[in-house]
Write a protein that binds this ligand. Structure first.
Ligand code: PLP
Length: 394
């Protein structure tokens, strides 16, 4: 695959001015699959906009998606998978389960292939929570876990993040010791974009009762550049009380295909699996996932592009005197100094969709990192929205 040229770190205009961004972003319209793949290899392709009418002209920086879409290898695999789309997906899901297990060095019985990684969260809630048991979560964090816990009849206990916006592991462990249940640790955390180091999580595990289930959501696993960061898969391999959730929705660019997976001890996977919808997989997603796992160039390229855009956005905000929460993910929280709901609405009126409001971040917007071109539009909208906020029209 062609490697993406290095991008400047100063402004998005400069990023685009170097030609690299512009070439990368040039839409290739009306071409067939093969030509599109070749265009991708030349760094000239971007996904077609097949979006609902109301969002067709919006810059979508609201759901932490990968703006470049799936890997060319995944696209090719999906084209091939059309020929087996009349078949039920068991064979493909089995293949993927085996491949994921080999990829992570665990037995196949320790892996469950799911409809997005949110399904892992749901399976864990159904298997390990019930009335009288409780879920302990940081606040703020990804809300789906709390939602499924309440569905299971469990109490949800929120532990505020620390002053540096990192999950407060000591407080989480203390709270978990009060009553057995499930502890959810999103690492790096959504929406703060912060992480806790692998060493700190290992220490945290020693402070959590062995009968508690610790679900570590590694949806953003591929994005951090902090050397202290690491997966908790080694704890699973060591037989610890940990479930790791991963997704193909983020760096693999497959959010619309719905594919995730969980890795945990065999007996826990056996407890979780019966709560799945029967045949909840699909052959397209499985084929795309199998191909994506092999395309490490693609993952590295996306990580690099994301870091460059993240650095450029941080620099642009610094120039404007705006505080950002240092991010290790593909989204950034920016302090806007005004109540967030009307600010989100004002961005929408500027053609930019930013993230939803989060409890505990009343004056921050969460902005997903798009292409340099999209971030240019975001910055133009940001200046207009902040000017009206300053004029107290927000
Ligand atoms: C932390 C976290 N986990 C899981 C998900 C959902 O992923 P999936 O699309 O795999 O269900 C998201 C989506 O934004 C997320 O932020």
């Amino acid at each position: 695959m062609a490697t993406a040229p290095q991008l400047s770190r100063r402004t998005f205009a400069q990023l685009l001015g170097m030609g690299a961004g512009a070439a990368l972003l040039a839409p290739v319209q009306g071409r067939g699959g093969e030509e599109r793949l070749a265009a991708w290899a030349r760094g000239e392709w971007r996904p077609a906009k097949l979006l609902p009418k109301e969002s067709a002209n919006l810059v979508l920086l609201n759901s932490n998606e990968n703006p470049y879409g799936p890997s060319p290898a995944a696209l090719e695999a999906m084209v091939e998978a059309h020929s087996v789309s009349m078949r039920y997906p068991d064979y493909w899901a089995d293949q993927l389960q085996e491949r994921l297990a080999a990829f992570h060095g665990v037995d196949p019985e320790m892996a469950v292939v799911t409809c997005g990684s949110t399904e892992v969260l749901k399976l864990a809630a159904m298997a390990f929570l019930a009335p009288g048991r409780r879920l302990v979560v940081p606040r703020p964090t990804f809300e789906a876990m709390g939602y499924y816990a309440r569905l299971a009849g469990a109490e949800v206990v929120e532990v505020p993040v620390g002053p540096d916006y990192r999950s407060d592991l000591a407080a989480l462990a203390r709270t978990a010791r009060e009553r057995p249940g499930l502890v959810y640790l999103c690492n790096p955390n959504n929406p703060t974009g912060t992480l806790v180091s692998a060493a700190a999580v290992r220490e945290f595990l020693t402070g959590v009762p062995a009968e508690s289930v610790v679900l570590v959501d590694e949806a953003y696993y591929h994005y951090p550049d902090d050397p202290g960061y690491g997966t908790l898969l080694e704890a699973v391999r060591a037989g610890r009380n940990v479930v790791v959730a991963r997704t193909f929705s983020k760096i693999y660019g497959m959010a619309g295909l719905r594919l995730g997976y969980g890795i945990a001890r065999k007996d826990w996977i056996e407890k979780m699996r019966p709560h799945q919808v029967i045949e909840s997989w699909n052959v397209m997603a499985c084929a795309a996932a199998l191909a994506s796992l092999e395309d490490t160039d693609y993952v590295n390229r996306n990580r690099r592009l994301n870091q460059e855009v993240r650095d450029a956005l941080a620099a642009a905000m610094k120039k404007r005197g705006r505080e950002v929460i240092p991010s290790q993910t593909n989204f950034v929280c920016i302090h806007v100094g005004a109540p967030v709901r009307p600010v989100i609405q004002a961005f929408r009126e500027q053609g930019v969709s930013v993230g939803r409001p989060f409890a505990g971040l009343e004056e921050h917007i969460r902005v997903s990192l798009g292409t340099p071109e999209e971030m240019e539009k975001f910055l133009a909208g940001f200046d207009r929205v902040m000017a009206s906020a300053a004029a107290r029209r927000i």
